[in-house]
Ligand binder design. Structure first.
Ligand code: MN
Length: 422
């Protein structure tokens, strides 16, 4: 993404802030893996969305007065010895070129600057008296590791209890819901690379192939396009391992007659595709496999026919479920639509973007430039068949577009890509 994207995101954020308020966002810290080794650093997506900076221990500090906003970016200072070991750090001029923020200071300066502002108008030379502080405190589980914003919150509550805490997360979720043209463009590229990865797996497919070998094909294809690779841990499984929805072991083997399931996505410029296909490792769907697959395909096609602005978001999930249930009854797979819970184990629509399960404010009504998955999964344990068909939907002015349509998605298209081998 270019600088105007990040400048624009901040501008829209600042417009939603109350007058006389502060915003503090953190890029995050490294997480220790073992001994003196850390997991690869992964910057907070909200921080990247607002600044374009993906360097650890960076902080965005914005001060909104009556109308105008001052913004400061704090970053680790140059350190030749540390950079010799762990790579070069962004220079202030580079950080400015990416983010458009001109006031760049060293991370160690932040606490003092914040104190000068937050200690109140009475004590400070700064004329404003700030009342609210916006923080991104999103956390899934209480037991989850604290991020810098949580530790910072405790300091604020101890030292500046008169500051009202406001949710930066809520505003960011609203902004991230609607995709901008450069995001849609990045997403198209992510789809194109994902297509190459899935095709590589299909072309290599044969009975006796291990899940880790499929994964190697996918990773190799993605690596031809740069260092970003998969946007989330790839789900690649075979046979009964397909009944584990988030399967990451890669130890199983695809036996003759097994379905190989993938749920994968390449990342491009921060945007992540999220596509599932399920195919017979031997290149020919059995009658039962085709019967189930065609229910998913017809349901998916129906959704791409009917989704348009103004439709209720909750109806997407509901319709996927009821439509697919009716098809399965009509096909004689089950007796009554009430049995659908036996075969459909998860919801069918989540937003995508900077996160594969995107952090957005779930809308009541669908609007142009929203982007979400149409994900239909059928798990028939008795038949030993489990797979899903997942595509990426972009809402347009009058309807929608399937952004992953060029990745083979009918049984005929898929069989054409897989060598017929026993
Ligand atoms: Mn997925």
């Amino acid at each position: 993404m270019d600088r105007p994207f990040f400048i624009g995101n901040r501008k829209r954020f600042y417009e939603k802030m109350k007058p006389h308020s502060l915003l503090v966002l953190f890029s995050g810290e490294e997480v220790r893996k073992t001994n003196d080794e850390n997991y690869p650093f992964f910057a907070e997506r909200n921080f990247v969305y607002m600044t374009g900076i993906e360097q650890k221990e960076s902080i965005l500090f914005a001060l909104k007065g009556d109308h105008d906003v001052r913004e400061i970016l704090y970053m680790l200072p140059p350190d030749p010895m540390k950079e010799r070991w762990t790579g070069r750090r962004l220079k202030p001029s580079e950080a400015e070129a990416v983010s458009g923020i001109t006031d760049i200071r060293v991370s160690g300066q932040f606490s003092e600057d914040f104190h000068a502002v937050a200690a109140g108008g009475h004590y400070s030379v700064i004329p404003e008296n700030y009342e609210s502080l916006y923080l991104d405190l999103f956390r899934v589980e209480l037991s989850e590791r604290e991020r810098p914003s949580h530790g910072f919150l405790r300091q604020v509550q101890a030292n500046y209890p008169y500051l009202n805490i406001e949710s930066a997360t809520t505003i960011l979720r609203q902004l991230r819901l609607i995709k901008q043209p450069c995001e849609i463009e990045a997403h198209r590229k992510a789809e194109q690379i994902t297509r190459e990865g899935i095709l590589a797996m299909m072309h290599a497919s044969r009975p006796g192939m291990y899940e880790y070998q499929y994964k190697a094909e996918f990773d190799y294809a993605l690596a031809q396009h740069g260092p970003e690779g998969p946007g989330f841990p790839s789900i690649i499984s075979a046979g009964r391992n397909n009944f584990c929805i988030h399967y990451y072991s890669y130890t199983g083997k695809a036996e003759d007659g097994d379905i190989v399931l993938n749920d994968v996505g390449a990342q491009w410029d921060g945007h992540t595709a999220d596509v599932s296909r399920g195919w017979p490792c031997n290149g020919r769907y059995s009658e039962r496999q085709k019967l189930l697959f065609d229910c998913m395909l017809q349901t998916s096609n129906h959704m791409f026919d009917i989704v348009k602005p103004g439709m209720r978001m909750n109806d997407v999930d509901r319709t996927i479920r009821s439509y697919n249930a009716q098809l399965m009854v009509d096909a004689g797979i089950m007796k009554d639509v009430s049995e659908i819970g036996t075969y459909m184990w998860h919801g069918g629509a989540h937003h995508i973007g900077y996160d594969v399960h995107d952090l957005v404010e779930r809308p009541e009504l669908i609007a142009p430039n929203m982007m979400f998955c149409i994900d239909i999964g059928i798990y028939h344990e008795e038949w030993g068949i489990g797979f899903r068909l997942e595509d990426n939907l972009l809402v347009t002015e009058n309807g929608c577009e399937n952004m992953s349509a060029s990745i083979p998605r009918t049984t005929e298209e898929i069989e054409d890509e897989i060598p017929h081998r026993h």
